[in-house]
Design a protein around this ligand. Structure first.
Ligand SMILES: Cc1cc2nc3c(=O)[nH]c(=O)nc-3n(C[C@H](O)[C@H](O)[C@H](O)COP(=O)(O)O)c2cc1C
Length: 319
């Protein structure tokens, strides 16, 4: 019997727990030539802002050992075009959609949430807190527990119905549990861990930063141990809060690692860049991994790395 991959996002049942991470599948259309978007657990949209934006100047991407540095910035069509064009397309193709939102002020996040309240068919909202706060000298919202909580409260307060809200946190903090706690306290139903880590590359030939914006977000396998650590710490502190684990997942085995750390769903980002079918492949491989460790369903492994050595773990160790 293959393992049961079904997962839950609020009231919605997902066919599997493998989501496309924000920004790595655009608005989903880009993936459609490679995969059936209805077969991904869900598609998390590129972070949407109130107005159309062109993003940062090029060059915006560079490879690093086992990773990618990107400074794409929040490029996108804005909420109106997303709601008129991209969301209906995704829904008409049977995708489950989580809308990622990004703002430059607390008010902007609230306004985006209010707009989403009128959109039928959205499974959840992911708040991208790794955005510069225009009212605090460009400091990222995610860096301060109180500020992150204020954003979550604004989103929660602006949603007219009970849509699941996930706060997406940055690993670039001293105490991720404190930020997670502030977000949960302010009304987040779940957490997404992790967004990119801020990094930089310098080209010795030009003696200048490689990226036009100097800094970029590090993603890919290089950050997976950081994601595992963050998910582990947050699960330890808030065992009942659902977590979407993200960071360097490339295989079913990587996905299993994040689930064991405490994620109840996982999202694949950078791996999609080189393998557009990564979500379906990872889901297939995860099914095999679950069978190999003697798990009948995803729930059997969530957070198991925290549990005292049990029957399931004993079987896994002996495989
Ligand atoms: C090119 C690119 C664009 C991204 N855009 C977004 C975005 O719009 N919103 C967001 O919350 N995260 C964004 N991310 C972060 C990813 O969703 C993910 O959290 C991060 O890359 C770690 O996962 P990975 O190692 O599987 O890529 C982006 C990442 C990349 C590589």
């Amino acid at each position: 019997m293959p393992a049961d991959l079904r997962a839950r996002l609020g009231q919605v049942e997902l066919p599997n727990p493998v989501l496309a991470a924000a920004g790595c599948a655009g608005a989903g259309r880009e993936l459609a030539q490679f995969i059936d978007v209805a077969r991904a657990g869900a598609i998390i949209s590129k972070s949407i802002m109130t107005e159309p934006r062109t993003g940062n100047p090029a060059p915006r991407l560079t490879e690093t050992p086992s990773g990618l540095l990107n400074s794409v910035g929040l490029q996108g069509p804005g909420i109106d075009a997303f709601l008129q064009r991209d969301l209906p397309w995704l829904l008409s193709h049977g995708a489950r959609v989580v809308v990622s939102i990004a703002g430059q002020t607390v008010r902007e996040y609230g306004a985006l949430a209010a707009r989403l309240s009128g959109a039928a068919g959205v499974c959840g909202v992911e708040i991208n807190l790794s955005c510069p706060n225009a009212e605090d000298a460009g400091r990222l919202f995610a860096l301060d527990p109180a500020t992150a909580g204020t954003v979550v409260a604004a989103v929660r307060g602006s949603l007219r119905y009970d849509m699941p809200v996930f706060a997406k946190l940055s690993p670039d903090v001293t105490d991720i549990v404190a930020v997670a706690g502030a977000c949960v306290g302010a009304g987040a139903d779940g957490l997404s861990l992790i967004n990119v880590m801020i990094g930089m590359a310098i080209d010795p030939a030009t003696m200048r930063p490689v990226l036009a914006g100097a800094y970029g977000g590090l993603s890919g396998p290089a950050v997976r141990p950081v994601a595992v650590r963050c998910v582990w710490q947050v699960r330890e502190a808030f065992p009942d809060v659902p977590i979407i684990g993200t960071g360097g997942i490339r295989t079913g085995r990587d996905a299993l690692e994040l689930l064991l750390a405490g994620a109840s769903m996982i999202a694949v980002g950078t791996a999609i860049v080189t393998d557009p079918s990564a979500c379906s492949r990872v889901a297939r491989e995860l099914e095999e991994e679950l069978t190999a460790v003697g798990a009948d369903r995803v729930a059997d492994v969530i957070g198991q790395a925290h549990a005292p050595r049990g029957a399931l773990r004993a079987r896994a160790v002996g495989r």
